[in-house]
Ligand binder design. Sequence first.
Ligand SMILES: Cc1cc2nc3c(=O)[nH]c(=O)nc-3n(C[C@H](O)[C@H](O)[C@H](O)COP(=O)(O)OP(=O)(O)OC[C@H]3O[C@@H](n4cnc5c(N)ncnc54)[C@H](O)[C@@H]3O)c2cc1C
Length: 374
Amino acid sequence: MTAESSPRVVVLGGGVLGASAAVELRRKGADVVLVPGGRGASYRSFSWLNSFGTHSAEYHRLRLRGIDRYRSRFGPDAGVPWLSFGGAYHAVTPQRFDELAAHFATSEYRFEEVAAEDLVAAEPRVQRSALEGTRIVHTVGEGWVDLPALIDHLRLQFTGSGGTVLDGVDPVLARIRVSGDAVTGVGWDDGPALGADVVVQATGAFVPLAVRDLGVEIGTRSNPALLITTTAFDHSLGSVIRTPSVGVRPAFDGGVVVHADWADAEVRVQGDSYAIDEDVAVRLLAAVTDVLVVDGPLRAGFVGVGARPVPADGLPVVGPLAGLPGYRLLFSHSGATLGLVLGELTAEEIVDGTDSALLAPFRPDRLVTHPATS
Ligand SMILES: Cc1cc2nc3c(=O)[nH]c(=O)nc-3n(C[C@H](O)[C@H](O)[C@H](O)COP(=O)(O)OP(=O)(O)OC[C@H]3O[C@@H](n4cnc5c(N)ncnc54)[C@H](O)[C@@H]3O)c2cc1C
């Protein structure tokens, strides 16, 4: 790559992070091939846009920028049916409330306690019984996005701007080609090869496997996860609702999306396949009716099981591997919140050659061990 020429970039993975990076790279004039492959976590994500929880100031700043990008891209009222800034209500234990209140006391994050009757007035379908023994936090700046719809939108932008999509090969099986400390492209055993100045590895929970192929270990604690989207029913829900036992949010085509940590723990993993017993789905749907008044039976329209990508310290892994500057990782467990901003910052770093201060705490090296030296 010369200073004058556009970089040739291959993006491996077509989930929200890969699709977002591909669009932003193309927008900045890079010559981009997107290799999307199959459907990963982005197709079974709760995708609540948030900076909730007692995390570091650096992570908070990045996630705030992440939410802001949705607002600036799609307007303060969202403007598309698959994105909402309807806020969130969190019914938490009194002890958790004290931790959160102390954490957010010095922050400008909009965090306020509301009474149960205020929540029920705003969301009349919420069951008072689900709130007993809790304190309720309202975070008005949060929302949710339907990632499959966002990815469709990004893919259209990408192809519309002249980006190339390579279907028919699996990005998870791509081998990175290297000469000295320079990336030269990617190739597949008995398959095609693509020349590139930069390769972006955005294959979700499979990122550590790809890195291992280069003799490098990167810490991961990706875990099995379950998500259910119900068929459409009359619920009028506008916000994300979280209780100690379940999270529920509106689905853009009329049902609700439900996720619970206890249900994730029930997912069975056998080799590369994930499964649940039917009673787990039944119990997760029952958890919805504990929280919402539902007229008539609730049915699962979509049941998604598989790995949730999570770096070992729970924070995003973004940027080049040390010693191999043309090989960049995009690996995050808050990929819905961060999808747009990480694509944008990645494109800036690649095309403009800058180093983002926002990304400095999230470089891969902090989690890297080389088997030969560990
Ligand atoms: C249950 C659940 C709840 C979540 N809740 C939130 C939330 O509330 N807020 C938030 O910000 N984030 C949330 N996330 C995380 C967020 O969805 C992910 O961080 C994001 O989708 C990762 O996108 P990605 O592009 O890195 O990877 P992925 O979407 O996993 O996929 C990238 C690429 O890897 C390959 N791939 C991955 N898995 C497979 C597979 N099984 N088969 C074939 N190819 C595969 C494909 O090429 C795919 O295109 C949640 C995730 C899950 C699973």
